[in-house]
Design a protein around this ligand. Structure first.
Ligand code: HEC
Ligand code: HEC
Length: 423
């Protein structure tokens, strides 16, 4: 194990351990200049992080005995060797059942304002208690069943007693797992070094990509970066036109409204993972019509490692992601106003992919990230299913493709405000 080293870049932490397994065994010490204040801010006062608690949380995270048939652990779907995801379009739980959503990474999840792709859990403690009981993930029947099972395992009886000073209970299980997750940080990516002033940390292509990201490609409007939100996510919910093909969102929302019980987290968890209503996203949680098909802006740290992309895993490569945005998403009545065609050339697409696929990868995952990007490059060389150059360049109408720099004074007023002319 390498010595822990601090990384000073907009207060972002480095763990700096070559051997990941070893790094996760203990609460990762935060290096000099790292955002101890940020980590402290996101750590609940009633669940302080201690080494013993983290060790217990890690054990629980890896333990398949938390599932009904002893085959699935948190780690199954959030595997440290796969960027803390499973690299499947949508995850597989007990009995080989496939859910409707893609597993996001646990890396840096501690900094997210809400947990799950629709934000239905307020924090890591609440999040951890759901998959264990979800029938298609870990399949346990009730908190009581989980606690009884753990009470039959002497090492847990001792560990819970030592850490919490009381008998095993379900809330403490959530606390231990959450404490472990707060040590799972991505860090020390080239972009951190670049933002701290090292121009050479990014390749010329990545630097051009960064200009596009914050300019013509408009990524920063939702994936912006600042010192208190160092994740490239606004933590808000947007419909960016994923899963909108051939779907009647309004009809689906009306039907969902009839069955969803507001505030019933267990029911919403099941609908999200195991029903056709999954694509309604944030709407299932809030029943707010403006949020139909809206999902949380994913964070972009270590994004090279966590393909396939989006809430349903429908985009296989970073090229597909950029092609999707370039054409202005998939039209639907609830598309976020921030999504419009971008007019990016092939060279610009390539610069943006170099940025995403290299600059955001933690140093300890650099080799894996590189291999993943090359795998995707091969795939994209022969298959670019999302590419629609005509739409991206504004040669087709009807998909919200306003001119990039609209000069409304020259426009026939009849065509302003979504009334596209028929060509
Ligand atoms: C069967 C696969 C599977 C298992 C097992 C599983 N997860 Fe997940 N996890 C997912 C999927 C899929 C999502 C996204 C679901 C959604 O947003 O509706 C998710 C979401 C999350 C998130 C939210 C991250 C974010 O970006 O919002 C965290 C944290 C997480 N899981 C941790 C855990 C923990 C801890 C466990 C074990 C107690 C666990 N998961 C078990 C598949 C799984
Ligand atoms: C209007 C807000 C918005 C803009 C602008 C935007 N994104 Fe996103 N991004 C999102 C949301 C929301 C999601 C999740 C959508 C979903 O799963 O349905 C997302 C998901 C992603 C993902 C997938 C992450 C994962 O783990 O699956 C990548 C990569 C990404 N965006 C990159 C970009 C890039 C590059 C740009 C600029 C070309 C961009 N985004 C512009 C809101 C936005």
């Amino acid at each position: 194990m390498q010595a822990n080293k601090g990384w000073v870049a907009f207060g972002y932490a480095a763990i700096g351990c070559a051997a990941l397994g070893a790094a996760l065994a203990v609460a990762a010490p935060i290096g000099p200049g790292a955002p101890e204040d940020l980590v402290e801010l996101v750590t609940p006062k009633d669940n302080p992080t201690t080494d013993a608690k983290v060790a217990l949380g890690k054990k629980l995270y890896e333990d398949t005995r938390l599932s009904s048939d002893n085959t699935v652990a948190c780690k199954t779907c959030h595997d440290p060797d796969k960027g803390f995801t499973d690299r499947l379009p949508t995850s597989k739980g007990v009995g080989g059942q496939t859910g409707k959503r893609n597993a996001p990474t646990v890396l840096s999840a501690l900094f997210l304002d809400t947990q799950f792709l629709d934000g239905r859990a307020p924090n890591l403690e609440a999040q951890a208690k759901l998959p264990i009981l979800n029938p298609i993930e870990m399949g346990m029947k009730s908190p009581e069943e989980v606690v009884a099972k753990l009470k039959g395992i002497p090492e847990y009886v001792d560990a819970f007693q030592k850490v919490f000073g009381r008998e095993i209970n379900y809330d403490d299980l959530g606390r231990a797992i959450a404490a472990f997750e707060r040590t799972v940080l991505s860090s020390d990516a080239p972009i951190d070094r670049f933002l701290a002033g090292d121009d050479k940390a990014l390749t010329p292509a990545q630097r051009r990509g960064w200009s596009l990201f914050n300019g013509k490609a408009r990524c920063n409007t939702c994936h912006g970066f600042n010192a208190s939100y160092p994740l490239f996510s606004d933590n808000k919910f947007h419909n960016i036109g994923i899963a909108a093909r051939n779907k009647n969102f309004s009809d689906m929302a009306l039907r969902a409204e009839k069955i969803v019980r507001a505030g019933d987290l267990d029911q919403i968890d099941e609908l999200a993972l195991n029903s056709e209503f999954s694509d309604l996203g944030r709407f299932l949680v809030t029943q707010n019509k403006a949020q139909i098909g809206a999902f949380k802006t994913n964070h972009l740290r270590d994004i090279a490692l966590t393909s396939p992309y989006m809430h349903n895993g429908e985009l296989k490569t970073l090229w597909d992601v950029v092609d999707h945005y370039n054409k202005g998403g998939i039209p639907n009545p609830f598309l976020d106003g921030g999504i419009q065609r971008l007019g990016l050339s092939e060279d610009q697409i390539s610069d943006l992919v170099e940025l995403l696929g290299g600059a955001f990868t933690s140093s300890r995952f650099a080799a894996d990230g590189k291999a993943e990007l090359e795998r995707q490059r091969k795939l994209a060389a022969s298959n670019r299913p999302e590419r629609d150059t005509d739409a991206a360049m504004g040669k087709t109408m009807g998909r919200g493709d306003a001119p990039l720099d609209p000069d409304l004074s020259q426009k026939d007023p009849a065509f302003i405000g979504g009334r596209a002319p028929k060509y």
